[in-house]
Design a binder for this molecule. Structure first.
Ligand code: NBP
Length: 482
């Protein structure tokens, strides 16, 4: 009897690939597994995949011959040249209507490039963000697919079946054209950087301003996880704080305080600069990791640079300020992330559904939280919402929490505990709500040294240059009406 044809092929038998294949198998799909190092295919079939319907292939040709049409081939390999190489080798083996899905952490610009290059072949390309790590891949990840829209109906049943569910709804929906899926995943990762940094700063404040013990901190995070901060990252922080090593001592203080990073937070910062969107909190989160990595320099500096000699004089009631500051800063960070999505959508012509993006992040992924349900509701009520801070639910929340954010930033500054993410959140908030900013002076400076012109406040569209070194009010005759 001929071997059963597979519904989908998956290339890449590392952590993510293996777990996604097993997840697809659980949901009744026949998967054909393949890997660059072919020996890993047999090993997988004989071990993790033993007793399943999963089949294997010993070459790309063999894999393609075992697929139902239109063929669907998913890549879960290292982003960059490995993806490029596989796509180049696959294209001659596939035909019009077949689909390649890149589920790795590829840069959205690479996905845009492949969508464009494959347009003339009729082979459809999808760049899909996958979040949730090993466990998510195995039991329900958050999936963010984008690319050639014609491919979506063919892969939708598979991806929506294997994805996480939030209130019964799949955390997977079509994001938009070309690189939209990978762009949304990139912003997700940036937001993850921001959330993690904020939690670390809250921990720092508890430890070095409030002088709390680890078990007390764990109890606070436990409590916070019952309310509006309820999220995966708060939950794991509680568990980490409680965790004791074999010697009965807490493990956390034994971990070297230098943060690693794989680059997606940095990409969000780069995209923010390129699109001109003030995604300041994620930027600070990336730079905080860079600063933490300067351990040796920090140790030296700690011995020579003085700090503050002010001591915190409050009490544990300050914890409520900290909780509210965390909520307010998190809201500001998400507002910034969605501002970046909106601008990128405008520039690239993507028709993003922000409510559905919030739902995709609601379950399965690292930033999953109750809060994302509120964001989904805000965009469902008003799909045209220009900024999350202006949604009635969130503006009411920030109105009550902003005073606490000021308390936390001020105390941290006075005592000398760094709180870059809290501080940048507050600075953004005050900048965003300011009717007048000092950019009038900045424009004057630019005009002074570079004749860049400035716009007259009460004559919109009228740009003039002033001869600043001449006598007062000597406005040049050059007037530009845009
Ligand atoms: P890795 O990112 O470690 O990649 C391992 C796979 O890439 C193996 O199949 C390996 O083949 C293949 N590969 C490499 Br490495 N270089 C290659 C090359 N030059 N040509 C062809 N194949 C090559 O695996 P992972 O951690 O499972 O992640 C897969 C993707 O999913 C990545 O893009 C990752 O960023 C993304 N992601 C990971 C996570 C996570 O929690 N790990 C979460 C979300 C997304 P080999 O076996 O022959 O060496």
């Amino acid at each position: 009897m001929a071997e059963q044809k597979a519904d989908i092929a998956l290339i890449g038998l590392a952590v993510m690939g293996q777990n996604l294949i097993l997840n697809m198998d659980d949901h009744g799909f026949v998967v054909c597994a393949y890997n660059r190092t072919v020996a890993k295919v047999e090993h997988f079939l004989q071990n993790e995949a033993k007793g399943t319907k999963i089949i294997g292939a010993n070459s790309l040709e063999d894999m393609v011959s075992k697929l139902k049409k239109p063929r669907k081939v998913m890549l879960l390999v290292k982003a960059g040249s490995a993806v490029d190489e596989f796509v180049r080798n696959l294209v001659p083996l596939l035909e019009k209507g077949d689909i390649i899905i890149d589920g790795g952490n590829s840069q959205y610009l690479d996905t845009q490039r492949w969508c464009k290059e494959l347009q003339s072949t009729g082979i459809h390309y999808i760049g899909m963000g996958v979040s949730g790590g090993e466990d998510g891949a195995r039991y329900g990840p958050s999936l963010m697919p984008g690319g050639h829209p014609a491919a979506w109906p063919h892969v939708k049943p598979i991806f929506q079946a294997i994805s996480a569910k939030a209130n019964g709804e799949p955390c997977c929906d079509w994001v938009g054209e070309d690189g939209a899926g990978h762009f949304v995943k990139m912003v997700h990762n940036g937001i993850e950087y921001g959330d993690m940094q904020l939690i670390c700063e809250a921990y720092h404040v508890m430890k070095d301003i409030l002088g709390m013990e680890q078990n007390e901190m764990a109890a606070v995070f436990e409590e916070w996880n019952k309310g509006e901060l309820d999220s995966f990252l708060i939950e794991i922080t509680r568990d980490i704080l409680k965790f004791k090593d074999d010697d009965g001592k807490y493990l956390l203080p034994k971990i070297r305080d230098t943060a690693g990073q794989k680059g997606t937070g940095k990409w969000t910062g780069i995209a923010a600069l390129e699109y001109g969107v003030p995604v300041t909190l994620i930027g600070e989160a990336v730079f905080s990791r860079c600063l933490s990595a300067l351990k040796d320099e920090r140790v030296k500096a700690s011995r020579s640079l003085p700090g503050s000699n002010l001591k915190f004089s409050g009490n544990k009631e300050f914890l409520e300020h900290l909780r509210k500051a965390l909520f307010a800063s998190k809201l500001i960070s998400y507002a910034q992330g969605f501002m970046l999505l909106r601008e990128a959508a405008k520039v690239n012509g993507w028709n993003l559904n922000y409510g559905s993006i919030a739902l995709m992040w609601r379950g399965g992924c690292i930033i999953r939280s109750v809060f994302l349900g509120n964001i989904k509701d805000a965009f469902t009520k008003n799909p045209q919402l220009s900024n999350l801070l202006l949604d009635p639910f969130f503006s009411e929340r920030i109105s009550t929490a902003q005073a606490s954010l000021r308390q936390v930033v001020a105390q941290a500054a006075l005592v000398g505990v760094p709180a870059p993410a809290f501080s940048s959140a507050l600075a953004f908030y005050d900048g965003y709500r300011a009717e007048v900013l000092p950019a009038n002076l900045l424009q004057a400076q630019r005009d002074y040294f570079g004749a860049h012109t400035y716009e007259i406040l009460n004559k919109p569209g009228t740009f003039v240059h002033t001869n600043w070194t001449g006598h007062g009010g000597n406005v040049s005759a050059t007037t530009y009406n845009n």
